[in-house]
Ligand binder design. Structure first.
Ligand code: TRP
Length: 329
């Protein structure tokens, strides 16, 4: 009997020691740190960040408890991007999540060792972040938010059977917007849509250039352009004054005053980025993980905006939006 007690005591001591070391590992020093660098606030990027933090928590990584999330927002400023990216690397982040192309580029320029997860970079290869989307190699992997432009253009034609000229507006310094614009131009050519392009250098140009555009086109498509997403109210004000619809590439921009789109879900992009981050924390190498393309476009309709402009909403689209997408009323 005595031997039995001794044995049980030994087992307890052993368990206690095991528990203690385990706790220490995830305790103060060893708690993993994730850096997040985002370009700026706009609804899409904010949704991506929310999806990221929520999913980390769902996977058992609670900020401040067993993971530290260091969030930096550059507020659209290039020099902020540089210093903040360098800081996250210096602070020994285990993984850095870069939200939007310029943020991801800033991080990539600061380190070739710390694993990087791209958060919603439209064209990782075109932006010079990876050599190959299937096999990135190096320290970078991530998620692309490339929009289903094809479906979007077909939708525009359904909304506007008498469309003569479609306008596209994009920021010439935003490489993701430029990538989106090129894709739109290619598809319009294939589909025989007459496209007229307008570019802005920064948000200060948006009012004047969009006013001019809206006097020359029947409808407007906007790629996933960070500058415009951050200043949608200016574009929407002018579109309403001209009584012309905007068809943006992202659902969040429909909510901001666009009419309709098929869009990848922004929150889901963050979720996917978090899953990749967790895989890396568990030892997977980013260079061996393919860039994820979402492809699936969710139907998003702003019914209030469609009615304001007197547009006929295609019946099947309204039904789709109601059953598997989102309707703003
Ligand atoms: N794709 C953009 C980039 O690479 C970021 C982005 C994600 C975005 N979702 C968006 C921009 C929606 C505008 C609207 O920089």
């Amino acid at each position: 009997m005595k031997r039995m007690y001794t044995l049980i005591a030994i087992i307890f001591v052993f368990l206690g020691v095991a528990f203690f070391t385990e706790n220490n590992q995830f305790g103060r020093q060893r708690i993993p740190k994730v850096g997040v660098l985002t370009l700026m606030h706009h609804p899409a990027l904010d949704q991506i960040y929310k999806g990221y933090v929520d999913e980390l928590a769902r996977e058992g990584y609670h900020n401040g408890k067993n993971i530290k999330i260091e969030y930096q927002n550059a507020n659209g400023d290039q020099s902020n991007l540089k210093t903040m990216a360098a800081k996250l690397v210096d602070d020994h982040a285990n993984v850095i999540f870069g939200i939007a192309t310029p943020a991801a580029q800033a991080v990539a320029n600061s380190t070739s060792r710390t694993p990087i997860v791209l958060g919603a970079v439209t064209d990782p290869k075109g932006a010079g972040l990876v050599k190959n989307n299937q096999h990135p190699g190096g320290n970078i992997t991530g998620v692309s938010d490339q929009a289903p432009i094809n479906e979007q253009l077909r939708l525009i034609k359904e909304f506007m059977p008498r469309l003569r000229t479609l306008g596209v507006i994009y920021t010439s310094s935003d490489s993701s917007a430029v990538a989106g614009y090129h894709q739109i131009a290619r598809e319009c050519k294939k589909m025989g849509i007459n496209l007229k392009a307008y570019s802005i250098a920064n948000s200060n140009d948006l009012n004047q250039v969009s006013e001019q555009m809206l006097s020359q086109v029947d409808a407007v498509i906007v790629p996933t352009d960070n500058t415009i997403a951050g200043a949608m109210q200016t574009l929407v004000k002018n579109a309403n004054a001209a009584n012309k619809p905007i068809f943006p590439a992202a659902g969040t921009m429909v909510k901001q005053g666009g009419v309709a789109t098929y869009s990848v879900n922004q929150y889901d992009l963050g979720v996917r980025g978090a899953k990749m981050t967790v895989a890396i924390l568990k030892g997977k190498k980013p260079g061996n993980m393919s860039i994820e393309f979402v492809r699936h476009g969710q139907p998003i309709l702003n019914l209030k905006q469609a009615r304001k402009l007197g547009l006929n909403v295609p019946k099947h689209f309204e039904h789709e939006a109601k059953t598997e997408g989102v309707i703003y009323k």
